[in-house]
Design a protein around this ligand. Structure first.
Ligand code: ZN
Length: 191
């Protein structure tokens, strides 16, 4: 989910919902063990999907979202992506995942009104509420990993490592660090 640059703090304070709110049934959320790096196999699976989703997301100007986890046989699987709108996306409860380990979503195309190069405070809060991690791709083609247990997020890879929006100029969202604690992310959104 994106946040408007000017309203980020206000929205964070009033928002109780989030893009990755827990689906109503059929889900066994798992509390991920603290990590300092994303699980390689999982991150690679999500990244492969996001390469495709980024193109659709940027062309259509909307977010796409879903989950990753393991099925009944323990195999790592992705849920079918859900199409959201310009600044939000609410994934459905996946039928093919028994244990959800992380959410994923794109941030659509470039907009001067949104700080799209960073996960939003709502993104982080939503994953944390579910006890899962998160992956976010940005208009500039950055790939983020949100580690809920560690309370940190990091760029798995930087500007242009995923398909990006040609309208986005590098640096257009100001300085973007390689990693943030959840607290410093909120301060960064506050400007
Ligand atoms: Zn987001």
């Amino acid at each position: 989910m994106l946040m408007t640059k000017k309203l980020a703090i206000f929205l964070f304070l009033v928002a109780s919902a989030c893009t990755t709110a827990a689906p109503t049934k059929g889900i066994i959320a798992k509390n991920p063990a603290p990590t300092i790096a994303p699980p390689n196999q999982e991150a690679a699976l999500v990244r492969n999907l996001l390469i495709t989703l980024q193109r659709r997301s940027i062309a259509q100007g909307v977010e796409f979202c879903g989950f990753v986890g393991t099925d009944r046989t323990g195999r790592l699987v992705l849920s079918e992506p859900v199409r959201g709108d310009q600044a939000s996306c609410r994934p459905r409860a996946p039928q093919n995942i028994q244990i959800i380990t992380a959410s994923y979503h794109t941030h659509g195309g470039y907009s001067p009104d949104y700080l799209g190069e960073l996960p939003s405070p709502e993104d982080v809060a939503g994953d944390r509420e579910m006890g899962i991690n998160g992956y976010v791709s940005t208009p500039g083609g950055r790939f983020w990993f949100i580690d809920s247990a560690a309370g940190q997020l990091m760029q798995i890879c930087g500007f242009g490592c995923l398909p990006n929006d040609a309208r986005f100029q590098r640096g257009g969202d100001g300085p973007i660090a390689a990693s943030y604690s959840f607290a410093t992310l909120i301060r960064r959104h506050a400007g």
